[in-house]
Design a binder for this molecule. Structure first.
Ligand code: NAD
Length: 495
């Protein structure tokens, strides 16, 4: 059977890899091939970089377009996404494994993100400073300019949305981009680029290159013709990207992994805390960078909480994502095996697996990459399942007796992406949140994300922020302009 074949999009044209190499894409719900894509080379990547460079530095049409006109294009992109929600969601769900309703929500969010940045870019702001010093009276003000050629690399867990969080602000700011989606999940990106093509952006402003991180990704991060690299993915690859970026000291944005604490006090609303704890770690199959993968609970509540969490976890429906179960398959066989390996490590380390802990193969799931939602009780801080990001439906449970102990456990990690606290004591909630070393936090909820609010991590969870005003500023340089208000000779040198 002939499958959909996804090509690179370079300088306004759909182009195959120069070697003609293809790679297959697998539906993780059943292991079947669903499409192929161009497996590109370093040379192909250089072609894409050259197109972006030409558009930014020579053609200049997009960067010189006024902000309201750029905003109009972004609104057109949003409207086109909204028209194709069902089609994109279906493809995303088949390619990534997420339940259809979650894929639909992602497409709607992606459209909102374009609208948000369309609105924001038409409201420029800057500082104006009056100075009067030894050199006389001056007025200083700032303007924002695009960074230039931006390379954007994304992971597979929110394929469309992670791309749009970068593409929307980068375009709003007037940059030219080269986008590299994950090799596991480029299918929704094909539709996004069809839309970018239809709205008629100047040639070379948006380019998509498909292929392995090793060649394509490395070529982007180490290129001296790239002015900025922004990456969402694992901490290990993020560190490699930062090393590659040293060549020309390009601007770097990194959205990396997490091992986030979900701190629950005994006075929390029990049913609310249980349900949010499930959303925290089982939403999107637990393939969420901000997942609340460490439950840190007050000792006196643990038994009743875990009894309820286990009951509800065991009632989670698992199946074909197109039928809208609670959980679909993990993204790939390789990733499923990694998650199962961590489950075995947890059992060997002596943690008590009270729910799940196995590959789920019931009925139609036999050939897919499903893992039952898993809870490990009696975890200790030294265990690998407590320290390392698993990126699947696996949660660890630790207990505390004092607020200080809860905070210490929450921060006992090299990551700092997210965290939450559940309590009915408002002062305590704020005290604990103040102490948590993480960029995204929630009180009495877990995971809601907004285009308006900055997203990003402390420590090994990254550098910089996406979304909100900060997410636009990442794609801008700030220029200082100083005006001498009293021109003429200063008389500084007496001779
Ligand atoms: P990954 O790091 O393996 O890959 C991410 C992207 O980088 C892919 O496109 C991949 O092809 C590319 N890549 C791989 N090696 C590269 C290299 N040497 N140079 C340049 N690019 C390279 O991550 P993944 O498995 O796709 O995604 C899971 C990870 O992403 C998790 O660690 C998760 O926490 C993280 N993540 C973080 C956020 C956030 O906002 N902080 C959001 C989503 C996912």
């Amino acid at each position: 059977m002939e499958h959909n074949h996804i090509k690179n999009y370079i300088n306004g044209a759909w182009i195959d890899s120069s070697t003609g190499a293809k790679k297959e894409l697998i539906n993780p719900a059943n292991g079947q091939v669903i499409a192929t894509f161009a497996n590109s080379t370093v040379e192909d990547t250089k072609t894409a970089i050259a197109a972006a460079k030409e558009s930014f530095y020579v053609d200049r049409t997009w960067r010189d377009t006024d902000a309201p006109t750029r905003a109009d294009k972004l609104f057109e992109i949003a409207a086109a996404l909204e028209k194709r929600v069902s089609e994109i969601a279906l493809i995303e769900s088949m390619n990534n494994g997420k339940p259809l309703r979650e894929a639909e929500a992602d497409v709607i969010d992606a459209a909102h993100c374009f609208k948000y940045y369309a609105g924001l870019i038409t409201k420029p702001y800057g500082g104006v400073y009056d100075v009067n010093n030894a050199f006389g009276k001056m007025r200083s003000f700032t303007v924002h300019e695009p960074v230039g050629v931006c390379a954007l690399i994304t992971p597979w867990n929110y394929p469309l949305l992670m791309g749009v969080w970068k593409i929307a602000p980068a375009l709003a700011a007037g940059n030219s981009i080269i986008y590299k989606p994950s090799s596991n999940t480029p299918m929704s990106s094909q539709i996004l680029f069809e839309i970018l093509d239809e709205v008629g952006l100047p040639k070379g402003v948006v380019n998509m290159i498909l292929g392995p991180g090793r060649n394509v990704g490395d070529a982007l991060s180490s290129s001296n013709d790239v002015d900025m690299i922004t990456f969402t993915g694992s901490t290990e690859v993020g560190q490699q990207i930062a090393r590659g970026a040293v060549s020309n000291l390009k601007k770097v944005g990194l959205e990396l992994g997490g091992k986030s604490p979900n701190v629950i006090f005994a006075d929390a609303d029990l049913e609310g805390a249980v349900e949010w704890a499930m959303i925290a770690v089982f939403f999107n199959q637990g393939e969420v960078c901000s997942a609340g993968s460490r439950i840190i609970i007050e000792e006196s509540l643990k038994d009743v909480f875990l009894k309820r969490l286990k009951e509800r976890t065991e009632a989670i429906t698992i199946g074909d994502p197109l039928q809208n179960p609670d959980m679909g398959p993990l993204v790939s066989k390789e990733h499923m095996e990694t998650v199962l390996k961590y489950i075995e490590i947890g059992k060997r380390e002596g943690a008590d697996c009270i729910a799940g802990g196995y590959r789920y193969t019931e009925g139609a799931c036999a050939d897919g990459y499903f893992v039952a939602p898993t809870i490990f009780d009696k975890c200790t801080p030294d265990m690998r399942i407590v320290r390392e990001e698993i990126f699947g439906p696996v949660v660890t449970v630790q207990t505390f007796t004092t607020e200080e102990e809860a905070v210490q456990m929450a921060n006992d990690t090299e990551f700092g992406l997210a965290g939450a606290v559940f309590t009915s004591d408002g002062s305590r909630a704020l005290r604990v949140i103040d102490e948590i070393r993480a960029g995204i936090t929630w009180i009495n909820c877990y995971n809601p994300t907004f285009n308006e609010a900055p997203w990003g991590g402390y420590k090994k969870s990254g550098l910089g922020r996406e979304l909100g005003v900060h997410g636009l500023e990442e794609y801008q340089e700030v220029k200082q302009i100083n005006i001498n208000l009293t021109p003429g000779a200063l008389g500084w040198y007496e001779n």
